[in-house]
Ligand binder design. Structure first.
Ligand code: P6P
Length: 339
C-alpha cells in the first residue's frame, strides 16, 4: 500500500486561514498564538535535553509565590515566555504562576496591544527529573482597559467565559500544542525537521463517556463523602485509574481518550490545589470547546468571577456524563452542608 504524504498544515497556515473567516479581524490573536508557539518551541529545546546538559535539572534554590520550590526549568520557561511576549506586537502584559503580580508592559507597542496572556510556564515541573510529560498552559483575554496605556490588574481578573483562546503545549513523547478558540479545539504536533507545529488533531471532541478516572487517590482519607461515593462508583464500574501528577499530561489523555480528571477540595486543601486563572480556566475553556464539562463541584469553572490572581479552585473536568455523575454524588455533600 503506498502511503500518501498528507498535506501538512502548519500552525501559521491554520491561524491565517482562521483569521480569514472574520473579515474585520486583523490577525492579532493569530499572531499572538504563533508567538506563544515560538516561546514553547524554545522551551521544548531545553526540556528535551534536560539530563544531558549540566545545570538544567534540579531545583533553582528559590520558591514562587505559591511557596513551591522552583525548578531551574520553571524559571527558564517563565523567562522565555516573558521575553517573547514582551517583544510581541500583540501582548499588553502577562501574569504567571511564577510571579507574584501581573507584568504590564509599557513600551509603545505593548500599550496599544489588545490582549493579555496568563500562563503556567512549566506545569508539573516536579516530574522533570523522572522524565514524565510536562507542559505549558496559557490563557488569552482581550483587555478591558483602554488602549494607549499599560494594561491593568482588571485585564487579568476576568471570568473564564471571556477567554478568547486557551490551551497547552505538552512536552511528551511528541511535543504538541492543543488550543481552543470559540470556533473549536485543535491539536498541532511539532515536526522537528521543519520546526513547525502541524495540524494533527483537527476539531477535537472529548467522548461523552469514558472509562478512565484520574485523581490522587492517596488523599482518600481527606475527601468528602460525595467524592468517596463517586470514586467507589468508578471502582465498581472497573474504570482504569490513571494519574501522572502532571495536569497537562492527565488532561491530554482525558481529551484524547475520554475520562474524568479531578483535583477536589479536601480537609487540608479547602479550595483544592490547582489555580483558577492559569490552570483550571484554560483547561475548562478547552474541554468545553471539545464538548466536555468543567466544574468546581458546585459551579461551572468558566462562570467564576476571580478575586485573587493565584486563587485555587476544586476541579472535576472531562467527559460530560462522567462529570455529571460526579456532580450528582457531590450534591449529597451540599445536602449535608445545608443541614
Ligand atoms: P499532587 C503539579 O505540581 C500540579 O500543579 C499539577 O500539574 C498536578 O495535576 C498536581 O499539581 C499534582 O498534585 O498533590 O497530586 O502531587
Amino acid at each position: 500500500m503506498t502511503t500518501m504524504a498528507r498535506k501538512l498544515i502548519t500552525l501559521d497556515e491554520f491561524t491565517i486561514h482562521e483569521t480569514r473567516q472574520f473579515p474585520q479581524a486583523k490577525g492579532e490573536l493569530s499572531a499572538l498564538l504563533r508567538d506563544i508557539g515560538l516561546a514553547c518551541k524554545l522551551i521544548n529545546k531545553q526540556v528535551m535535553k534536560a539530563g544531558l546538559v549540566e545545570g538544567i535539572l534540579g531545583k533553582q534554590g528559590s520558591t514562587n509565590v505559591q511557596g513551591e520550590e522552583q525548578m531551574k526549568l520553571d524559571v527558564y520557561a517563565d523567562n522565555m515566555l516573558i521575553s517573547v511576549l514582551r517583544n510581541s506586537n500583540d501582548c499588553a502584559g502577562i501574569a504567571s504562576e511564577e510571579n507574584d503580580d501581573a507584568l504590564c508592559f509599557d513600551d509603545e507597542f505593548s500599550v496599544n496591544s489588545k490582549y493579555v496572556v496568563l500562563f503556567d510556564p512549566l506545569d508539573g515541573s516536579s516530574n522533570i527529573d523522572c522524565n514524565a510529560s510536562i507542559g505549558t498552559i496559557f490563557a488569552i483575554y482581550r483587555r478591558v482597559s483602554p488602549l494607549g496605556q499599560p494594561c491593568t490588574q482588571a485585564d487579568f481578573m476576568q471570568s473564564g467565559k471571556n477567554l478568547m483562546a486557551a490551551g497547552y503545549v505538552i512536552y511528551g513523547s511528541s511535543t504538541m500544542m492543543v488550543y481552543a478558540t470559540r470556533r473549536g479545539a485543535n491539536g498541532f504536533t511539532l515536526e522537528p525537521s521543519i520546526g513547525e507545529f502541524c495540524l494533527s488533531h483537527p476539531n477535537i471532541q472529548v467522548k461523552s463517556e469514558g472509562k478512565i478516572y484520574s485523581i490522587n487517590q492517596g488523599n482518600w482519607n481527606k475527601y468528602s463523602e460525595g467524592v468517596k461515593q463517586y470514586l467507589t462508583h468508578c471502582m465498581n464500574e472497573s474504570y482504569s485509574h490513571r494519574y501522572i501528577g502532571s495536569m497537562v499530561a492527565d488532561m491530554h489523555r482525558t481529551l484524547i481518550k475520554g475520562g474524568i480528571f479531578m483535583y477536589p477540595a479536601d480537609s487540608k486543601n479547602l479550595q483544592g490545589k490547582l489555580r483558577l486563572l492559569y490552570e483550571c480556566n484554560p483547561m475548562a475553556f478547552l474541554v468545553e470547546a471539545a464538548g466536555g464539562l468543567a466544574s468546581t463541584g458546585t459551579e461551572r469553572i468558566l462562570d467564576i468571577s476571580p478575586d485573587k490572581l493565584h486563587q485555587r479552585v476544586p476541579i472535576f473536568i472531562g467527559s460530560k456524563s462522567m462529570v455529571e455523575r460526579a456532580l450528582a454524588c457531590l450534591a449529597a455533600d451540599q445536602e449535608v452542608a445545608a443541614s
